[in-house]
Design a protein around this ligand. Structure first.
Ligand code: ATP
Length: 199
C-alpha cells in the first residue's frame, strides 16, 4: 500500500484545486517559509479524521477553509482527497485503490466519503486501524513529535507500539465486548431484583 495522490481544494493556503502525485521512492516538497509545505501534511492528517484543531494549527475547524487574500475572496468550503494503492489489500476492502475524502462547509457541516460513498468518521478510523496510517498512526511525524514521543508518558509510547504490532483493533474489540458484558451484568442484576420482588 502506498500514497498515490493528494487532492486539495479550498484547504488552508490552497484555494485552487491542486493535485500532488507520488511515485515510488522519496518525494520532497520544498518551498520558502510560509509557502504551505506543512499545510500538505495537515491536509493528510485532516482527511484521516483529525478532530483536534490544535494539531491542525487553527483555532476552530473552519480555519482549515481558505480564508482569502488581498486579491481573492474567502471560500465557503474545503475538500481534501487522498488516494492509496491497495493492490496488496493491506486495507481490509476489496478495492485495489482507495480514495478517502473529507469536506467541510463554513456552516460547520462536514462529510466523509470512501471511494465516493458517504460514510462516518468511524468507518474511516476502522479502515486504517493497525496500518500506522490513521490519525493516531506514525506515518506522519510532525515537527517536534519525535521529542514528544521520547519524553512522553510510557502509556502514550505503548500506543505507538500497539499500532505497529497490529493489535489496536483487538484492543478496541475487547473494550467494546467488556462494555457489553458490563451492560448485561447490570441487566441480570435488574432481572434478579424483579424476580425477588415477585417471589
Ligand atoms: P515553514 O517553512 O515556515 O514551516 P510552510 O511552508 O510549512 O512554512 P505552512 O505553515 O504550511 O508553511 O503554511 C503557512 C501559510 O498558510 C501561511 O501563509 C498562512 O497564511 C497560510 N494559511 C493557513 N491557513 C490558511 C487559510 N485558512 N486560508 C488561507 N491561508 C492560510
Amino acid at each position: 500500500m502506498y500514497l498515490k495522490s493528494i487532492e486539495v481544494q479550498g484547504f488552508k493556503s490552497f484555494a485552487n484545486k491542486i493535485r500532488f502525485e507520488f511515485n515510488n521512492g522519496i518525494t520532497g516538497i520544498v518551498g520558502p517559509n510560509g509557502s504551505g509545505k506543512s499545510n500538505v501534511a495537515d491536509a493528510v492528517r485532516w482527511v484521516l479524521g483529525e478532530q483536534r484543531v490544535k494539531q491542525l494549527r487553527g483555532g476552530s475547524m473552519q480555519d482549515v477553509i481558505f480564508s482569502g487574500t488581498e486579491n481573492r475572496k474567502p471560500l465557503s468550503y474545503a475538500v481534501v482527497s487522498i488516494t492509496l494503492d491497495n493492490s496488496d489489500h493491506q486495507l481490509q476492502t476489496e478495492f485495489e485503490e482507495v480514495t478517502v475524502t473529507r469536506k467541510i462547509y463554513r456552516s460547520g457541516e462536514s462529510e466523509y466519503l470512501i471511494n465516493g460513498k458517504q460514510c462516518r468518521l468511524k468507518d474511516v478510523n476502522e479502515l486504517f486501524y493497525d496500518t500506522g496510517i490513521g490519525k493516531e498512526g506514525y506515518s506522519i511525524i510532525g515537527q517536534g513529535q519525535i521529542d514528544k514521543i521520547l519524553s512522553g508518558k510510557p502509556e502514550d509510547r505503548r500506543e505507538l507500539f500497539d499500532e505497529a504490532a497490529g493489535i489496536v483493533k483487538f484492543k478496541r474489540r475487547k473494550s467494546i465486548s467488556l462494555k457489553k458484558l458490563e451492560e448485561e451484568r447490570q441487566n441480570l442484576v435488574r432481572v434478579r431484583d424483579i424476580l425477588q420482588e415477585l417471589e
